[in-house]
Design a protein around this ligand. Structure first.
Ligand SMILES: *[C@@H]1O[C@H](CO)[C@@H](O)[C@H](O)[C@H]1NC(C)=O
Ligand SMILES: *[C@@H]1O[C@H](CO)[C@@H](O)[C@H](O)[C@H]1NC(C)=O
Ligand SMILES: *[C@@H]1O[C@H](CO)[C@@H](O)[C@H](O)[C@H]1NC(C)=O
Length: 359
C-alpha cells in the first residue's frame, strides 16, 4: 500500500515535471484570454480602488514573496493560483484588475473583476464589488468588445477564453454562524440556496458568451485558523467541514447539470476540498509542516489579530498552509494551480484546465 502510494506520488510529480517542461510549447497553443470573477481567492487588486471600509491587502507584509515585495492587494504572501493559471494559459501577466483599466484595449488578454469579501449573494460582504456588479462590468466589457471587433469575432473570442469563477466561501462563512451542530437538513438547505444563486450567475455569464468555465470548489473551511482558534484544542470545525463537503459535491453536480442543459458549456472543477484533505492526511509529502498556525497575525494560532503592518510573520512560508487567518500561502496556491491545470480526475473533474483550454 505504502509502496503503491509512493509510486503514485512519484508518477504525479514526474507528470507535473514533464508537463512543466512542455509548458513553453503548450503555452503558445493554448494562448487565450482569461476572465476572472469572485472573492479574495482571486482578487488581484480591485479592492485597492474601493473605499476604506472594503477588505484590503495593499500593505506589507502582504506580498512579501511577490516580485519586488509589492503589496498588490492580493490576500497572500505572493502569487495567487489564478496568476499561475494565467501564465500557463500563455499570458505574460495575470489579467489586470477591472477597476485599474482606463480603456478596453488593456483588457484584450482578459480582465479580473474579482473583489475580496464578496459572495454569490449581494448581501454577503459590505463595500465590495458584488457578483451581480462583476457580471455587469463584464457585460459592459463584452459590449465594448462587440463594438470594436464585430459580433461574430467577439463571440468566437469569448468562446475560446477561460472564465475562472471562485466564489462561495464567504456565503458559507456567513451561514456558519447559524449552523445547528449535526443538522444535515439545514446544511443541505444552505447549500441549495447558495447554489441556486450561483447557477443563475453562471447562466448569465454563458448568455454573455462564456463557454469554458474553471470553477474551484471551496476547500475545508472548518480548517482555517480563524475558525480553528475558536474550537477547543484548535481542531477543525466538523460542522463547517461537513458544510464545505456538501457544498463542493453539490457544486460539481450543478456543473454537470449545466453542461447538459447549455449547449457548448464546458468546465473544469477543481476539488480543493480533496486537495486539502490529501495535504491534511500527509503534510510532509507535500512539503508542509504547519497546517494550523497562520504565518502572519497575532494571538492564538496567529489568527486573533489581523495580518497588519505591525504583525509578525514567519520565515518558513513555504512550509505553512496558511498565510493569514483565512488565506493560504503561495505554496498552497502553486500546488493547487498545478493540480487544477494538470492533475488527474481526483482533483480536476471531468478534465483539468489544461485539457479544457485545448478543447
Ligand atoms: C465601454 O463602453 C461604455 C459605454 O457602453 C463606456 O462608458 C466605457 O467607457 C467603455 N469602457 C471601456 C473600458 O472602454
Ligand atoms: C434541522 O434543520 C431543519 C431545517 O432548517 C429544521 O426544520 C429542523 O427543526 C432542525 N432540526 C433540529 C433537531 O434542530
Ligand atoms: C497593531 O496595532 C493595532 C492598532 O494600531 C493594535 O490594536 C494591535 O494590538 C497591534 N498589534 C500588534 C501585534 O502589536
Amino acid at each position: 500500500m505504502e509502496k503503491l502510494q509512493q509510486a503514485a506520488t512519484l508518477f504525479l510529480f514526474l507528470s507535473l515535471i514533464s508537463f512543466l517542461a512542455n509548458l513553453s510549447t503548450a503555452a503558445a497553443a493554448t494562448s487565450r484570454a482569461v476572465f476572472v470573477f469572485g472573492d479574495s481567492t482571486v482578487d488581484v487588486g480591485n479592492n485597492n480602488f474601493l473605499p476604506s471600509d472594503a477588505p484590503k491587502a495593499n500593505f506589507p507584509p502582504y506580498g512579501v514573496d511577490y516580485p519586488r515585495r509589492i503589496p498588490t492587494g492580493r490576500f497572500g504572501n505572493g502569487f495567487l493560483g489564478v496568476d499561475f493559471i494565467a501564465m500557463a494559459a500563455g499570458l505574460r501577466r495575470s489579467p489586470p484588475p477591472f477597476l485599474s483599466l482606463s480603456n478596453a484595449v488593456e483588457g484584450r488578454r482578459g480582465v479580473n473583476f474579482a473583489s475580496a469579501g464578496c459572495g454569490v449573494f449581494d448581501t454577503t460582504g459590505t463595500d465590495v464589488v458584488t457578483m451581480t456588479q462583476q457580471i455587469k462590468d463584464f457585460s459592459t466589457f463584452a459590449g465594448n468588445l462587440t463594438v470594436a471587433k464585430g459580433a461574430r469575432s467577439a463571440a468566437v473570442f469569448l468562446s475560446k477564453s477561460l472564465f475562472y469563477v471562485s466564489v462561495g466561501s464567504n456565503d458559507l462563512f456567513a451561514f456558519s454562524t447559524v449552523l445547528i451542530p449535526g443538522n444535515s437538513t439545514q446544511k443541505d438547505e444552505i447549500v441549495a440556496a447558495v447554489l441556486r444563486q450561483f447557477a443563475e450567475q453562471l447562466r448569465s455569464l454563458y448568455q454573455l458568451g462564456a463557454r469554458k468555465f474553471a470553477v474551484p470548489g471551496t476547500g475545508q473551511l472548518g480548517c482555517i485558523p480563524g475558525v480553528r482558534r475558536r474550537v477547543p484544542g484548535g481542531a477543525c470545525s466538523p460542522d463547517l467541514n461537513d458544510l464545505s463537503l456538501r457544498y463542493k459535491t453539490a457544486t460539481r453536480a450543478l456543473l454537470e447539470q449545466l453542461a447538459m442543459e447549455l449547449e457548448g458549456f464546458r468546465y473544469s472543477f477543481t476539488d480543493f476540498f480533496e486537495i486539502g484533505s490529501q495535504i491534511q492526511s500527509d503534510p510532509q509529502k507535500y512539503g508542509f509542516t504547519e497546517l494550523a498556525v497562520a504565518c502572519c497575525g497575532s494571538g492564538r494560532l496567529n489568527a486573533e489579530g489581523p495580518c497588519a503592518p505591525n504583525a509578525t510573520y514567519c520565515d518558513d512560508r513555504r512550509q505553512h498552509f496558511f498565510w493569514d487567518a483565512i488565506h493560504p500561502t503561495q505554496a498552497v496556491y502553486w500546488l493547487g494551480s498545478q493540480l487544477s491545470l494538470y492533475g488527474p480526475r481526483q482533483f480536476a473533474y471531468p478534465v483539468n484546465i489544461h485539457s479544457l483550454l485545448k478543447s
